[in-house]
Write a protein that binds this ligand. Structure first.
Ligand code: FAD
Length: 319
């Protein structure tokens, strides 16, 4: 039975989370002797065939009504329709902002069971490990339904490469424009920056940075390391940084290879969004700061002395 993957893209370029979802699907397909179809909605600048390298056996490109920009109504309808057409019994959707908002709608349309926050391949009885309680726990869940939707946590599954040449087909959306109740009025795009959820390295600042005028240090280190920048909630609340940088329980959940936290105390609500990072490095002048308990590396000291030294040393190493 075919497996359908929603191939999400940003500004026409496929996201890393899409490659993870495809790799996950291909490994699942290999175990269950099925094939993987990627559904791409709207125009893309990336080559559709490039998805073969990450596990797609075939690609469906859907254009037409409701495909120009993301809405939960249109996208969930399109994906459910394509899943029905190819008789897919399993759908893999990345648990991104967009993915989260459509996965359950698609499950309802297909009368499928759904597991969100999936972090591993299912076992032979279709029980799957998923995160729970803001990553503080994990739970095994088994779906009894014939059709299944798995929402895969970004950065939880390794991107693999395959030597596949996918067949490409086109499809036209059957969405009725009148049923789309969401209208996009203005889109402001952040350009030239690494998206936080895609970043391998993240440099993050908290209230210990004292004010927005000091963020040059965070940005310079991030730029040298090819990292994205993030911040704690109060920093975003005080408008020192934009809200899209806020990580934690009420912000974005990230899972980079390296998370460098500067002047952040390590409150439980902050850790909820970053504790799955592979390596955590904490810079804090208070040796009792709770973040040190969650850190792999800790530097006790003043950020305004340590960051310039780190920047200098990084420049030397890169030279
Ligand atoms: C329902 C709820 C949801 C929340 N959701 C989130 C969330 O999603 N994300 C989030 O981040 N928070 C969240 N919070 C807030 C959270 O509880 C903390 O208040 C917040 O994370 C603290 O931010 P901070 O570490 O930047 O600031 P502070 O707690 O003020 O810590 C600043 C740290 O900087 C250190 N410091 C000060 N000066 C320096 C210096 N010169 N050099 C080095 N270190 C220095 C201090 O020792 C201190 O540890 C939530 C709270 C609630 C109640």
């Amino acid at each position: 039975m075919p497996i359908l993957v929603f191939a999400e893209h940003h500004n026409g370029i496929f996201k890393k989370s899409t490659f993870e979802a495809l790799s996950y699907a291909q490994d699942l397909a290999h175990a269950s002797k099925s094939i993987v179809t990627a559904v791409v909605i709207g125009q893309v600048t990336s080559q559709l065939s490039s998805l073969g390298a990450y596990g797609a056996n075939s690609v469906i490109s859907v254009l037409g009504e409701g495909t120009d920009f993301f809405t939960t109504e249109a996208y969930s309808e399109i994906i459910a329709a394509e899943a029905t057409k190819i008789n897919a019994n399993t759908l893999i959707i990345s648990n991104t902002y967009c993915g989260k908002s459509i996965a359950s709608r698609i499950a309802v349309k297909l009368k499928a069971g759904i597991i969100s926050g999936v972090v591993e391949l299912p076992k032979s009885d279709f029980s799957v490990k998923k995160t729970a309680f803001s990553n503080k726990a994990s739970v095994m869940v088994r779906l009894k339904s014939d059709k299944k939707v798995f929402a895969l946590v970004p950065n939880s599954y390794e991107v693999k490469t395959y030597d596949l040449s996918p067949s490409i087909s086109e499809s036209t959306s059957n969405v009725n424009a009148a049923t789309i109740r969401t209208k996009s009025i203005n889109i402001s795009k952040v350009s030239g920056k690494i998206p936080l959820t895609e970043a391998d390295i993240v440099v993050s600042g908290g209230r210990g940075m004292k004010g927005p005028e000091n963020w040059g240090l965070i940005e310079e280190l991030a730029q040298l390391l090819g990292a994205a920048t993030a911040c704690s909630k109060p920093v975003a609340d005080m408008d020192w940084r934009p809200h899209e940088e806020h990580v934690g329980q009420t912000g974005i959940t990230i899972k980079p290879t390296l998370y460098i936290a500067v002047g952040i105390s390590g409150a439980i609500q902050h850790l909820a969004g970053v504790s799955s990072s592979k390596v955590i490095c904490v810079i804090n002048k208070d040796p009792e700061a709770p973040f040190f308990k969650a850190a792999d590396y800790g530097i006790v000291g003043d950020a305004f002395e340590i960051l310039p030294k780190l920047i200098e040393r990084t420049k030397q190493l890169q030279a």
